[in-house]
Design a protein. Sequence first.
Length: 546
Amino acid sequence: MAVLIAGAWPYANGELHLGHLSSLLPGDCLARYFRLKGEQVLYVSGSDCNGTPITIRAKQENVSPRTIADRYHKSFKACFERLGFTYDCYTRTDTSLHHQVVQQIFKTLYDHQFIYHRESKQMYCAHCRQFLPDRYVEGECPHCGAHARGDQCDACSTILDPADLLNPSCKLCGRTPGLRNVDHLYFALSRFQYEISRLLTRAENTRAWRDNAIQLTRRYLDEGLQDRAVTRDLPIGVPVPIKGFEDKKVYVWIEAVSGYYSASKQWEQETGRDASIFWNEQTVSYYVQGKDNVPFHTIIWPAILLGIGKKALPTHLVSNEYVTLERKKLSTSRNWAVWVPDILARYDPDSIRYFMLINAPESRDADFSWRSFIESHNGELLGAYGNFVNRTLKFIEKLSDFQVDDSGIDPGIRQRIDDLYNETGRLIEAAHMKTALTNLFAFIRRMNKFFDEKQPWRAVREDKSSAYGTLNTCLYSLANLAQLLSPFLPFSSKKLGKSLHMGPFNWKPVVCPASLPETMAPLFDPIDAKQIEEEVERLNEQSIKK
């Protein structure tokens, strides 16, 4: 089976924060799991280096857009690597290959008459003497009244045109822009109403899309799909490959989402392997992003694929809700955020992965608080999982005649582990990472209780065979937990697997090798509770300074 996993592309205009991580982390869990099953996996993403947010940041710092893009692309790659993300290709949108692929897609849509000429009105700032990119225009959303950018309202997820905004203003100078006539090219999105409706019906029947993706897509379809401009007067980006429009750039509607395909072509060039198996109707595809990106992946991208004759339409939409911070909305402008490079500098990557997964906003918004994060680490990773590992291995270490032997493994525990592979696999494939991880930690707590009830420290003096059966059952459980948890907690799983002399992980029950476990340092270190107040104080101070 060919599995395409496509993670959304963060804008290279600022550091990653926990909102990005919450949205993207399920993709790595999926990639790791399907590889353990032996499936053909292509996991792609990259940095969006062409967007208006980058040019805005460059103007603010008085540097080139390339300088900004280089800085944050480098940081993104470093953060993803330290967090254990296993992208097959993590690229960027300003490569020559991406430009070529996007232009080819654009030209194909134009040749098939899905892109056409149309005179329209675009915001023009007389003071700045320029047409304004959509994100250079801000105002009130006509649908919900919230403050919105010219391309989309984050509050209600409505795709907008700058002309739709109430009380618009120029982001550069703050003055009110006006509308002027301009020629643009439009994508005939309305012609795909029937096909997108069929795609949504399939998603509703299979429940392979998150509820927010289904509801938002249904809303757009009920309103009727509208043709959208796909060219813009932008300083950076992919030049339009159509005569008479060479001075314009391909708009984000087509350019950014096409990065999934261009990344697969880059992977193909780098590895010499065939990427076409990930772009046919048998492909299982997971698109992983926040809910603000839903319409781009359920409407725009499927329409593009249909327009160029690709049949690998999105089968799964993994679209998380939002993450709040200490019960307040994340705000990068106010510096009310936990930045990924910052949290990685002080905390174990598995601790970060665990908390963001076990508290994932899969169906509703979730909150990150420093108290919950640190208490989660100390209570679950250290107190439950780390404790089970430590008490088992330390006890075995004290026994001079202990032998690894699977004949005495408790049959009920063995059966439960068999079931966990099936249950966890089904949950991961349905992108229910939170439930999958919750179930595994419920089993860890059960095994701690099993250890307490069997009292091997007492049984070893009265019935050594029974005590050693208990310890082998615990050892068997640890070996399988290392594999079962590896999609979620790869670093601690690798550490435990090494101690147990395990070979390459796979997705089926495993028996420990006969050799005794190696001595290892504790799986997790405790975090001093004093750090809760220190972290909250640091957060408040950085917000005030901003």
